[in-house]
Structure formats: C-alpha cells, structure tokens
Write a protein that binds this ligand. Structure first.
Ligand code: NDP
Length: 275
C-alpha cells in the first residue's frame, strides 16, 4: 500500500475505506473483512456514524483472515459535535476505543469546527497526543481561518484536514494553505457520492485508460497528493477502488480534470452548518 509521511513522522496509506452511512452491522463487518483481505490498510469511521462496533468486528475478522497485525492498520475516528460542546474529549476518545475494541487510534479528528468549541477541544486532543494515547491528531471540515486560529493558540499542528474534495470542489486556496503548513489534505466524498461518475470528461478518460470512472477520479486525487477514502461495501467495487496504482494521468489530463472545478459542495459549508 502506498503511504505518505505525515508532519509528525508517521505513515498513512494514501487510499483507505470510508464507512459513512453503512448502518447494517453484518454488511459492514463483511465489507471491512473483504477490504483488509484485498489490501486496504486504512479505515475511516466516526462516532456519529454509529458503526464503530461493526468496524471493530470487521477489523478483527480481517486481521485474522489476512494474517496481519493491528499495527499494520491505520484506524481513524472523529469526535462528534455534542461531545465537543460537553467538553467530553477524553471520554469520547475512550468510548471510540471501547467500541472499536482497540487500545489506540492512529488518527483522531475534530469532525466539524464547532464555533467556540473547536479550540478547547483541540487543546484536550493535544493532551491525548502528548500522553501518547493516540498516534496523531487532526481536523476535518476546517477552513484556513479555523486552522490559523488553532495555530495562534496551540502547539501541535494537525497532521490532516479531511474535507469535501472532488473534481467539482477543489478548494484551491485551502489546498495551498495546507501544503504551505505541511498539513495533509484528505478527500471526503471523493466520488461525489457517485454523482461525478457520469461526467463526460471522466467517462472519456475511463475509456482511454480502460479504467472505470471511479478509478480515474481516485487516481486524480492521488496525483494531486490528496489522500482519498472512497466508500463501498460491494466486493467488486472495493477491489476496483484500490486498483489505481498501475496507471498515470498526464499533466494535461490532470489540468483538464482540475478545470471541472465549480466550487460546488454536496455537503454543508463549514462556516454555515446547523448541527
Ligand atoms: P463517496 O464519494 O465515497 O461515494 C460513495 C458512493 O459511491 C456509494 O454509494 C458507493 O456505493 C458508490 N461507489 C463506490 N465505489 C464505486 C465505484 N467504483 N463505482 C461506482 N460507484 C461506487 O462518498 P462518501 O460520502 O461515503 O465519502 C467517503 C467517506 O468519506 C465516507 O464514507 C466517510 O468515511 C468520509 N466522510 C467524511 C465526512 C466528514 O465530514 N469528515 C463527510 C462525508 C464523508 P457502493 O457501496 O454500493 O459501492
């Protein structure tokens, strides 16, 4: 599995499995087991997804079937807004560990930049990190002004900012800020939840390379140095999504896909959410 080295020196796979909206326990256990057998080493969940137990069971079954150890996996979860508002940072972290059935996470993220609460939450997460309870800490859905606020008042730089990113939303200003500050960008909804897969340019490139539209988009993420975590519970699509390391888009094809950008979101703007 391809990896990148994060700003604290730890390695993270460039492609992982997302599990948002997978509510069926057995479906998720089977998908994670299959994913690990097929070579996935990174899994992205969150307490609000309500599926951390199934993630844990899938991991245990996958590890056993693939003959690997927990250390070879990179497991991410996220603190939810209610826990931030209550100041339950350590408790929320312990609860995620308990549900997943592990004794540490590789990455713990602030899920959304809840006004007035993201900074105190970050300071508590720094404690977890400094006590070596978690291998790395990062954020999600942060604009650059949120990151600047953290930088002014804290000592640990987030390793990751996980944000909505796909060909119609490339967030150029944010991407440049992250690159300048050595914060790795990670794409959520990289396939735009499936909506980008019928785009004419993506389809024509998929025909040129004899790859699927999803593979073109995921390859584009990787060549833009963006970590990607497509969600699938389908065995064939799990294999398809990870089979993107054997071809390369040309610079002009990359430019053409970059040119699809409309700064169009399918999720809420982090400056304007009501949850
Ligand atoms: P994606 O962009 O990954 O799209 C998932 C959808 O595409 C599913 O319906 C899936 O169906 C389908 N799909 C997957 N692979 C293929 C393929 N090869 N061909 C055709 N269709 C395909 O959306 P998500 O919103 O799930 O985003 C990915 C992950 O990002 C989430 O699961 C979550 O971990 C994270 N995320 C984080 C957020 C945050 O606020 N931090 C917000 C949203 C997501 P099927 O399963 O049937 O294959």
């Amino acid at each position: 599995m391809n990896t990148v080295t994060l700003n604290n020196g730890i390695e993270m796979p460039t492609l992982g499995l997302g599990v948002f909206r997978v509510e069926d326990y057995q479906e998720l256990v089977a998908a994670i087991k299959t994913a690990i057998i097929e070579g996935y080493r990174s899994i992205d969940t969150a307490s609000i997804y309500g599926n951390e137990e199934a993630v844990g069971e899938g991991i245990r079954q996958g590890i056993a079937a693939a003959g690997i150890t927990r250390k070879e996996l990179f497991i991410t979860s996220k603190i939810w807004n209610e826990d931030m508002r209550k100041g339950n940072v350590s408790e929320a972290y312990q609860e995620s560990l308990r549900k997943i059935g592990v004794d540490y996470l590789d990455l713990y993220l602030i899920h959304w930049p809840v006004a007035d609460y993201y900074l105190p939450t970050w300071l508590e997460m720094e404690k977890l990190y400094n006590e070596k309870q978690v291998r790395s800490i990062g954020v999600s859905n942060f604009h650059s002004h949120h990151l600047k606020e953290l930088a002014r008042h804290s000592t640990v730089t987030p390793v990751i900012n996980q944000v909505e990113y796909h060909p119609l939303l490339t967030q150029g200003e944010l991407k440049t800020y992250l690159e300048t500050h050595h914060i790795q960008m990670e794409a959520w909804s990289p396939l735009m939840n499936g909506d980008i897969l019928n785009d004419q340019l993506i389809v024509s490139l998929s025909q040129r390379y004899q790859k699927s539209p999803a593979q073109i988009v995921l390859r584009w993420d990787l060549q833009n140095q963006v970590i990607t975590i497509p969600k699938s519970t389908n065995h064939g699509r799990l294999i398809e999504n990870i089979s993107v390391f054997d071809f390369e888009l040309t610079p002009s094809e990359m430019d053409a896909i970059n040119g699809l950008n409309q700064e169009r979101r399918i999720g809420p703007d982090p400056d304007n959410f009501d949850f």
